[in-house]
Structure formats: C-alpha cells, structure tokens
Design a protein around this ligand. Sequence first.
Ligand SMILES: Nc1ncnc2c1ncn2[C@@H]1O[C@H](COP(=O)(O)OP(=O)(O)OP(=O)(O)O)[C@@H](O)[C@H]1O
Ligand SMILES: [Mg+2]
Length: 239
Amino acid sequence: MNDKDYEDFISTVSHELRTPLTSIRGFSETMLSSWDKLDDDSKKKFLKIIVEQSNRLINLVENMLSVTKLQNTKGSLILKEIQIKPVVETIVSIVKNQYKDKNFVLEINSNTLPILADKDKFEQILTNIIENAAKYGDENSTIVINADNSDNSVLIKVTNKGIEIKQEDYEKIFTKFSRIDNPLTRKVQGSGLGLYITKNLVEKMGGKITVKSEHHTTTFEITLPASNIELQAREKCSR
Ligand SMILES: Nc1ncnc2c1ncn2[C@@H]1O[C@H](COP(=O)(O)OP(=O)(O)OP(=O)(O)O)[C@@H](O)[C@H]1O
Ligand SMILES: [Mg+2]
C-alpha cells in the first residue's frame, strides 16, 4: 500500500469506527442523564440501538482482521478436498436463523464434484454471499443456491430477488469499503468489506466470482476448481 492508499484507508476506517461509537456514546449519555424521564419503551429502543451499533463495530473489526490477514498470509491456504453440499447446508442453517423471513432452496446436483479448497475460507466465502442475499433480498423472498459441475470446476450460484445492482457498479462492489447507496443499503448495516474479502479468497483458491443483476434478481456466481483426484478417477471410469 502506498502512502495515499494508507491515508485513505485510515480515514475510511476512522469514519467507520466513529459513526457507531458516536451513536453508542450519544444514546448511553441520554439514558444516564434522563433515566427518570424516559419511559420503558424509549429505554428499550435506545438499548436496541446500542446493541446494533456494537454489533456493527464487532463485524467491522472482524472484517478488518480478515483484510489484514489477506495481505499478510499469502501462501497459507490449507487446500483439501471438500464436498460442498454439507458446507452449504451448515451455512444456510446459520443464516436462516438470523433471517427468519427468508426461504432457502438448495439445488445441488448430486454429481457435483468435490472442490479443492481451504474449508474455513470456503465457509467464509459462502457466508458472505448467502448473508448478502438474505440481507439485501426482499422481505419473505426465496434465495436459491444452485451448484453443478462446469468443465473442471464447480459453479455455485446464489440468487435473490431484491433491489438491483447497476451494471456500472458490478466492479465497484468488490472493492474495499464500497456500498451501493440506495434506500435499502442505508437501512441495513455493513462495512462494505464482505465482497472485497470474498473476491480475494476466491481468487487465491484459483476461482472466479462475478455478479449479474437484472429484472429485480441478483445472482452471484462462484467458480472453484474441482478436486483433481476425483476428476481423474471419474475420467478413468468413463473410459
Ligand atoms: N445480493 C445483493 N443484492 C443487492 N445488493 C447487494 C447484494 N450483495 C451486495 N450488494 C451491494 O454490494 C455492497 C457491498 O457488499 P459487501 O458484502 O461487500 O458489504 P456489506 O454487505 O455492505 O458489508 P459487510 O462487510 O458487512 O459484508 C452492499 O453494500 C450492497 O449495496
Ligand atoms: Mg456483505
């Protein structure tokens, strides 16, 4: 990182930290100074904001640690053969618990080859993408997670209905701290680091990630290399 990038990074981080901290301080001070005048509902509302903003800080710090790790640990992936179905199921059950209004449909072809990937990182990738689909998807809508083989790779598609990403923003959303300004993004919280981290991890594992968003439908496509051992075995059998 050059000096200019470093300055930009520090100024964005400071801003991102200051916003939730200012609101935590503000609401705590109001509660302390006006405790007797506030009714229970207001107290509850203020505490809810304090919890939300604390969660936002924790998410930001975790994401920043991930970014630093991306830069420091170039070759530290532990690549193993991974069956994607159980991993997708685990991540979906975690996200479902957080976004109870959403329906999740899994379309994982039973022939899908295992991938060669780092399990923790693969989980992080799926979590970010599936969480975004739930976070930015319409209320009570369905999220479809589809997986199948594509050449010597596995293609995973995550589709949701909801506010579109304009074509001119397709690249931007994968950069650091970028969030698309629309009423929805303003309503839900995020640090704008999720997709930046995701793209870096996918590419480190030799894969690719793209987005397409039209007709009120957004699809993220992730391609990851299939495990060679399994591939060779299947080729042998088919000969
Ligand atoms: N499925 C989606 N539908 C519509 N917009 C999306 C979707 N996924 C991402 N976006 C847009 O891309 C932006 C960047 O996403 P990214 O995951 O990097 O950050 P975030 O969700 O805002 O924060 P976090 O760091 O907590 O993930 C989002 O703020 C949102 O505007
Ligand atoms: Mg996100």
